[in-house]
Ligand binder design. Sequence first.
Ligand code: BT5
Length: 284
Amino acid sequence: MSSPVSGQSDSPARDPRHWDDVALQRALDRAGDGSWGPVAVLPSTGSTNADAMDQVREGAPEGFTVVADEQTQGRGRLDRTWASPYGAGIAMSVVLRPLVPDAVWGWIPLIAGIAVVDALAEQGVAAALKWPNDVVIDGDARDGSAGPRKLGGLLVERVGPAVVVGIGLNVDLTADELPVARATSTRLEGADVSREALVVDVLDHLRRRYLHWQLASGDARRSGTVEAYAERCVTLGRGVRALLPGGAVVEGEASTVDDDGRLVLRLADGSTRVVSAGDVEHLR
Ligand code: BT5
């Protein structure tokens, strides 16, 4: 009888950039209830947010998640695009069906940002938030221009009674794969992060933060969400330029985040201005 030749296998070599499905499933199983789920894992898709929104219309439950190895039409905010090259990052979308009044749903993107920063901390990455919810590493951009460096972004979209929380994170992207000088990846920041473990940690932190907030009836102050956000937000205390919807520009010092998650700016003339939407640039 011949024995198998050692060192050879019938299965093709594993593509190192493909999700390690077995590792991901094991990590989700280990997390048990904490993993929420069900989790659909796709090799490639247009946009995980678009997929999750379709699934909401089919009745997907709270916690239903789509994760992809690659997006070909990744979406950013305000019709911008999000680069998700194959096998190098995390593109995931989680369905939530909040029970609290929709007047406070504006906190959901900020809660998701807190959860992502905490999940990255578990992987040894010291990330922070740039208001409202860019996931960043504090410091200059890779070309020496003003930072911070963007590691990830969130796109939260409403579908009827549900919300889809889309999370994009750069993990193994090389410098060549990054779309802009202000982007970075955990690999370029010197961290060796398992994408599979990070997905599980993001789900776990998101579930806990969100449930805690819901148990406080969506009261961001009482649930400690305002404080948790402020602790992780590197925009506070900085000079910023806010580009408001409609094109107006305001400069001032970002002093606090109010109970509605809005950014409070102190202007040079001593007045305050509250910003609820728009893009913010940190000034040096
Ligand atoms: C965001 O938009 O930051 C939200 C990104 C959300 C992506 C996730 S992935 C899973 C889910 N499915 C989707 O289709 N989307 C979500 P915004 O703040 O508008 O930033 C977009 C801008 O960031 C672009 O205009 C580029 O300048 C830059 N950018 C694009 N791809 C990037 C990347 N991979 N890393 C860093 N910056 C990027």
